[in-house]
Design a binder for this molecule. Structure first.
Ligand SMILES: [Zn+2]
Ligand SMILES: [Zn+2]
Length: 241
């Protein structure tokens, strides 16, 4: 089992130490995990960050029985420069902002997805796009992307394909509303286009590490994937599922 989206205490919203994550991941039978702490930017300013050299040192110290990959969840709003992520295994680009209230579902999705599209086009470098339909966690009744906005999602996938980036299946959606994040139709399209996928729990505590990963693998197999992507020093490789 693999979980490439875990937050440690290098993020402001998690208390799990790297040592605790490594031992819990081992107990849960995970073979490879990725720690992806928040490096969050808005309007060109850093909202939360961490000391990358300390982070690398700490992860290397505890990587062993369970291989721990050094990732970062780079929260970006398309403004400002990309930080220097030298030395990390992968960069997961995530958009966490929507300027429109979630109650205005259609406009909120439109605003959010348009920003994702702009960011994937503009970002100098990233390896994975995190939780493509992030706002679904918060919109009323977790309604999926409206039909006539799905063309924006397809455009995002085109950019991922062109740039050789992977798409994340974030299992948080299973916990909140019983579906993967993004929805199955996005993975069906991604599979058709030959876009690699990663799977991550987005765990902000020890309990959620590896949560619903098996369910995600099963779903991916159902749409035709037989492997998921991992990144070592920015190089992608596939692991059978
Ligand atoms: Zn996120
Ligand atoms: Zn996250």
């Amino acid at each position: 089992m693999i979980d490439l989206h875990i937050h440690s205490s290098f993020s402001p919203d998690s208390d799990s130490t790297v040592a605790q994550i490594a031992s819990v991941a081992k107990l849960k039978g995970l073979k490879v995990i990725g720690i992806t702490d928040h490096y969050e930017m808005k309007d060109g300013k850093i909202l939360s960050s961490f000391d990358i050299s300390k982070y690398i040192e700490e992860i290397d110290r505890f990587s062993g029985d369970v291989e721990i990959l050094k990732g970062v969840e780079w929260g970006w709003d398309c403004k400002g420069e990309e930080p220097d992520f030298e030395g990390l295994d992968f960069v997961m680009l995530s958009v966490h902002f929507c300027e429109v209230p979630v109650e205005m579902l259609y406009e909120c999705y439109k605003d959010y997805l348009s920003r994702v599209l702009e960011c994937v086009k503009k970002a100098p470098h990233f390896d994975v796009l995190g939780h493509l339909d992030f706002v679904r966690r918060y919109v009323p009744k977790n309604v999926d992307v409206p039909e006539d906005l799905r063309c924006i999602v397809y455009e995002v996938l085109e950019v991922l394909k062109e740039r050789g980036a992977a798409l994340e299946l974030n299992t948080e959606g299973f916990a909140v509303y019983g579906e993967p994040q993004p929805a199955v139709w996005v993975f069906e399209k991604a599979r058709e286009m030959g876009i690699p996928v990663t799977v991550g729990s987005d765990a902000h505590n020890l309990e959620n590490i590896g949560r619903f990963v098996e369910r995600a693998f099963k779903l991916l197999k159902g749409v035709g994937y037989d492997s998921v992507a991992v990144f070592r020093k920015g190089r992608i490789s596939e692991v059978g599922i």
